[in-house]
Design a protein around this ligand. Structure first.
Ligand code: MLT
Length: 273
């Protein structure tokens, strides 16, 4: 069963999400500046056994965006509240397994800390618990201004070389074309909103002990944005944290090595539900 659905948030933004399969709910939250299609391989692997709910965050994919979001930014807390609105609209009352990739992980922290009763287990994929240092935050604001001034996502294309492992880029694997297409399809408003939101995201490192559900930290072995050593540390700080490194993958491990990624994900979800 495949369904593309819409939810409306408390501030009137229309959010699109995929709702596929039946069974315990697994929710997949994409990264920046991407959309829910980044999870296609994971949806295919999960949907035979689970109900998979994969939203487009506001400003990305087929979701709308608020009139002031591009200028003011969307805090990670707002995206997390949007996620609750999606689950409510889908009629999901039971706690879910939530997997957040990179920026989706920043959102997942807020979901876990603010609505722990909605959470059964947490997957942190290629993400960070630390906030941005001032220089990184300034770079985000600069990109936000540029995409809005140029009315184009082109300024975000420079990220591709950091998102993918050198071997993925050199071999021209399908992940390269997919990631490029997602970035080129992103809206300037969505990019600006997320960059400003990420620039002010809270540092959650000293709150990881509060997240007591089973948790999997999973990362591409060559991730240059959220390196394995940092994610190993993060897993150790989570009371029920496990750590898995995906070989032959950079930051975009779910696309670069879906076979290894999915094996770890299915094993974790199977134990958690
Ligand atoms: C992502 O993949 O979501 C981004 O790399 C996150 C970030 O820019 O910190």
């Amino acid at each position: 069963m495949t369904a593309a659905c819409q939810a409306t948030t408390s501030d009137g933004v229309e959010l699109a999400y995929a709702d596929i399969g039946t069974g315990p709910v697994v929710t997949l939250v994409h990264g920046f500046p991407l959309d829910r299609s980044m999870w296609d391989e994971q949806v295919a692997a999960l949907a035979g056994t689970y109900r998979v709910i994969a939203p487009d965050l506001r400003g990305f994919g087929q979701s709308g965006i608020g009139p002031d979001d591009a200028r003011n930014g969307v805090p990670m807390e707002r995206y997390a509240a949007d996620l609750v609105a999606v689950l409510d609209a889908a009629g999901v009352r039971e706690p879910v397994v939530l997997a957040g990739f990179s920026m989706g992980g920043y959102v997942a922290w807020q979901f876990a800390l603010r609505t722990p009763e909605r959470l059964r287990a947490l997957v942190l994929s290629d993400t960070r618990a630390a906030a941005d240092p001032p220089e990184a935050a300034a770079n985000r604001r600069a990109m936000a201004e540029r995409v809005l001034a140029e009315n184009s996502p082109a300024a975000a294309e420079g990220m591709i070389s950091k998102l993918l492992a050198p071997a993925t880029l050199a071999a021209g694997l399908p992940a390269v074309a997919r990631v490029t297409a997602m970035i080129r399809g992103a809206s300037p408003a969505g990019i600006a909103a997320a960059q400003i939101g990420m620039a002010v995201r809270p540092d959650v490192r000293d709150r990881l002990g509060e997240i007591v559900c089973p948790a999997l930290a999973i990362v591409g072995a060559e991730d240059a944005i959220s390196p394995p050593a940092e994610m190993r540390e993060l897993a150790a700080a989570l009371p029920q944290g496990r750590f898995v490194e995906v070989p032959m993958a950079g930051h975009m491990a779910p696309l670069e090595n879906p076979a290894a990624y999915n094996a770890a994900l299915l094993d974790f979800v199977g134990r958690a539900v």
